[in-house]
Every structure is written in C-alpha cells, then in structure tokens.
Design a protein around this ligand. Structure first.
Ligand code: C2E
Ligand code: MG
Ligand code: MG
Ligand code: MG
Length: 282
C-alpha cells in the first residue's frame, strides 16, 4: 500500500521499522547470499564412548562467518533460514560437506567414525529429502552406516504418520537416526517405540544440573533406562565436568559429547584430536 501512495508517503513507515526489524532485514539479505559467498563452514565435536574413552563419532555443526557482522551462531540464523526456505540448500551443503570430510578421514585411516548431521524441520518435510541424501552418499562415497541424521521430537510429533513413513524410507538407505535434545520437546512415549530410531541424545539442560538437582538426576537416569529398554544407544550432550562424567558412567550412559572433551573444532583441529586418541581425562 505504501507504494500506491507514492514515494513521499513511504517515509512515514520508516519510524515503525525499529532496530530489530532492520537487523532482521539485513540478516535476511545477507543470509540469502551466504552460501554462494562461501561464508559457511562446519565444525566437528567428538562423541566419546564412556567405556573406552575413544572418539567413536562426531557431530557436524554449522558456522556462519560474515565479513562485517562476524561470527553468527546457528541459534541466530537457522530459524531464519528455515522460514526463508534457505535451509534446504544450506542443509544439503552441510550434509555433502560433512560426508565428504568423513570419507576423507576414513581414507586417511582415521577409523570408522560415525558422522551425525542435524536436520531441520523443513528439510525433514521436504519431498526430495530421500533422493538428496541418497545422492550425497553416492557422490561422496560415504557408506550409509556411518551416517546418523539427528531429528527433534517436535519434527516427529507434528505429523506422526508422515514422520514414521519418512524415517522408514531414510532407514532403507542403511543410515542411523537419532532424537536430538531429547526430553525438551513434546514427547510422547507411546509413539517413541514406533519410530525407527537408533539413538537418544539427552539434552544438555538436564545434564548440566545432574550433580546439583535430584530431579534432573532422576530424569537422566530415567532416559538412560528408557533408551536401553528400547534397545537404543544413549548419548549425553553438554558434558562439562568430571562429576557429570562420573554420574553418567555410573548410570550406564553409552556416549558423551561436551566441552569436557572438546568444543566443536574446525576440521584440521579435529584431525589432530583424532590422532591423539583417548579422550578420558586422567
Ligand atoms: P544441537 O544439535 O543440540 O547441538 C549441540 C549444541 O551444544 C551445539 O551448539 C554445541 O556447540 C553445544 N555444546 C556442545 N557441548 C557443549 C557443552 O559442553 N556445553 C554447552 N553449554 N554447549 C555445548 P551450536 O553449535 O551453537 O548449535 C546450536 C544448535 O543449532 C544445534 O543444537 C542445532 O539444533 C542447530 N544446528 C547447528 N548446526 C546445524 C545444521 O547444520 N543444521 C541444522 N538444521 N541445525 C543446526
Ligand atoms: Mg544435534
Ligand atoms: Mg542437542
Ligand atoms: Mg538442537
């Protein structure tokens, strides 16, 4: 309507454009070009097996480095990319880059590490997902059994029948599926056993207080027991202290991820970590 009224009237809208709207607008236009401008990269965080202390896998996490805005955290742009539909090409880039990296590490003899990649809700609903994952596996040469796709409860609960069908199709490729941030979403235990999943990832908000809050300790214990009774592997996220590690070991958690072992690292630094071997603090 501003256009119809002529150029002069447009200005009267300007004061209503507050700082956060302007910030969002510029972030949107920057995001639109970030992929082609090569502003994304991935970092990798090790997943450590509790029994052996060995790195058995890694999660790929997206980073956006903008020339003037600096480093922008995924929490500040993933939802925008999702709304704009950009998450589909960005997500494909993430998957392709991470699979190629995992394959390169295998060629260097750095073991059969599992690679976990986050999927967004929009990617999960996109009809071309199966084909896209299949193509990326073929092009990079990564065997499907080394790939794990992370979903969230809300993605799965939105349309349970559809989700089960999509997950079933993904499983036919031979990959693994996990539920990320488990315990924070709208979870239905009744549905859980119908989902073809392999791994539960306990959200870091529970892990952070296990040694201080009896409630959180009980929740974490319950999630580990639930996962095992459903024959799922369980990974604790956000492990930062030796006390949390001790608790998780005592309660039979399978794997862990967190700053206690390592922050997410650029590929070269992650490679150095792999060469060092055992991750359990002395
Ligand atoms: P997430 O998948 O649950 O990833 C774990 C987040 O916890 C990461 O944050 C990681 O850096 C952080 N973290 C790891 N260890 C610790 C710890 O010991 N303490 C604390 N406080 N935090 C820890 P990040 O990298 O900022 O990513 C945030 C979220 O953004 C991710 O949560 C995921 O939901 C989303 N995300 C990241 N990369 C991608 C991507 O490639 N695609 C999609 N769709 N989402 C992504
Ligand atoms: Mg994740
Ligand atoms: Mg998580
Ligand atoms: Mg998350």
């Amino acid at each position: 309507r501003a256009k119809e009224q002529g150029r002069n009237h447009w200005q009267s809208y300007a004061p209503a454009m507050n700082a956060s709207m302007l910030a969002r607008l510029s972030l949107e236009s920057e995001l639109r070009h970030a992929l082609e401008r090569g502003q994304f990269h991935l970092v990798y965080q090790p997943q450590v097996e509790l029994d052996s202390g060995r790195i058995v896998g890694m999660e790929a996490l997206l980073r956006w480095q903008h020339p003037t805005l600096g480093a922008i955290a995924p929490g500040d742009f993933i939802h925008l990319a999702e709304e704009m539909g950009l998450i589909v090409p960005i997500g494909a880039w993430v998957l392709q880059t991470a699979c190629a990296q995992a394959k390169a590490w295998q060629r260097q003899g750095l073991g059969g590490l599992r690679l976990a990649v986050n999927l967004s809700a929009r990617q999960f609903r996109q009809s071309g997902l199966l084909q896209s994952v299949r193509e990326i596996l073929a092009v990079t040469g990564l065997e499907a059994r080394f790939l794990e796709l992370e979903l969230t409860e809300s993605m799965m609960m939105q349309d349970v029948e559809q989700a089960i069908s999509t997950m079933g199709k993904l499983k036919t490729l031979g990959l693994q599926l996990s539920i990320d941030d488990f315990g924070t979403g709208y979870s239905s235990l009744a549905h859980l056993r119908h989902f073809p999943i392999d791994v539960l990832k306990i959200d870091k908000s529970f892990v952070s207080d296990i040694t201080r809050s009896n409630d959180d300790a009980a929740i974490v214990q319950a999630i580990i027991a639930l996962a095992h009774s459903l024959r799922l592997k369980v990974i604790a996220e956000g492990v930062e202290t030796a006390q949390q590690l001790a608790f998780l070991r005592q309660h039979g958690c399978d794997q862990m991820q967190g700053y206690l072992f390592s922050r997410p690292l650029a590929a070269a630094a992650f490679e150095t970590l792999l060469l060092e071997g055992n991750m359990l603090p002395a």
